[in-house]
Design a binder for this molecule. Structure first.
Ligand code: AMP
Length: 282
């Protein structure tokens, strides 16, 4: 059956409450649209693991900084609806900015400590906006399971910690990163890349996989691993590196020696496009 499209928040909540009343297990997949196979992998997981799947499409203004790409963020609702129609989704929630942030709505969530390093240092209010919108969505769609991508690893930690700290009755499932054949992680922002930049961009995953391979071969020293990764980026003329780091996967603090709890994370600019990626090293 074609998914129902809802943009009114109270109608959304009423529908999910009806479904829960009749014993359905509800799955939630929050997105900002411009959907690709990465998003669809979360949707597939949700439809396989729950009885009633809600996908939200909302470009959340509060998580963008003043000089970021809110205005030009890719929006393609018609294609998103077409893609989701083929996916057994029950509801697509597409609220307006005015509905989610009516005039005077000024409450914000203070995100947990894990929001502080990495993205948090470079995008100061980003996780405040993410935590606020995700909590609002958890209230409007009181799902049994929320599905999030490892692609935004720090985001999954922020949301997981918020769920724990605030006793939110939802299970957070983290789904693997879907990549292009050459390794580039799928991202809505890849649409910004020119042909030349697209070729350069592969260096990001290459650098992280290089760390992974060196760890498999026995290297444990973070400095040595990071030097090689930076060289891989430099070889591709990727000049602006926001960070390449080896951090503890729980609290995201830097580690000197890699072990099974370490994750390699990176954020770089390819031209004007900011890309992030990560790999586990266990
Ligand atoms: P976004 O629309 O960028 O906010 O992403 C919505 C959800 O899709 C987030 O949980 C992302 O982590 C996830 N996601 C984005 N890209 C990928 C990918 N390449 N593989 C798996 N999940 C992804």
């Amino acid at each position: 059956m074609a998914p129902v499209i809802i943009s009114d928040p109270s109608q959304m909540l009423a529908l999910v409450e009806d479904q829960k009343r009749v014993g359905k297990r509800v799955g939630l997949v929050p997105t900002m649209g411009a959907l690709h196979a990465g998003h669809l992998s979360l949707v597939e997981r949700a439809t396989n693991h729950t009885d009633f799947t809600v996908v939200t499409i909302f470009v959340n203004p509060t998580q963008f900084g003043p000089n970021e790409d809110l205005d030009k963020y890719p929006r393609n609702l018609q294609q998103d609806l077409r893609l989701l129609s083929a996916c057994n989704v029950d509801v697509i929630f597409t609220p307006t900015v005015e509905a989610m942030y009516p005039t005077g709505a000024s409450t914000r969530i203070v995100p947990p400590e894990v929001a502080r390093p990495l993205e948090g240092e470079i995008r100061p209010k980003h996780f405040e906006g993410v935590a606020t919108i995700v909590l609002k969505l958890f209230h409007l769609i009181p799902a049994d399971i929320g599905f999030f991508g490892q692609k935004d690893y720090q985001q999954t930690r922020v949301i997981g910690q918020m769920v724990e700290d605030l006793n939110i009755p939802i299970e957070v499932q983290v789904c693997p990163i879907i990549r292009e054949d050459d390794g580039l992680a799928l991202s809505s922002r890849n649409a910004y890349l020119s042909d030349t930049e697209r070729l350069q961009a592969v260096a990001l995953s290459k650098a992280l996989f290089c760390i992974q391979r060196m760890v498999q071969e026995g290297e444990r020293n973070s400095n040595a691993l990071l030097e090689t990764a930076k060289q891989t980026l430099a070889d591709a003329s990727i000049g602006q590196i926001d960070y390449v780091a080896l951090v503890d996967k729980h609290d995201l603090s830097p580690v000197q020696r890699v072990d099974s709890k370490t994750i390699a994370v990176a954020a770089v600019y390819v031209g004007k496009t900011r890309l992030i990626d990560n790999v586990f090293l266990s």
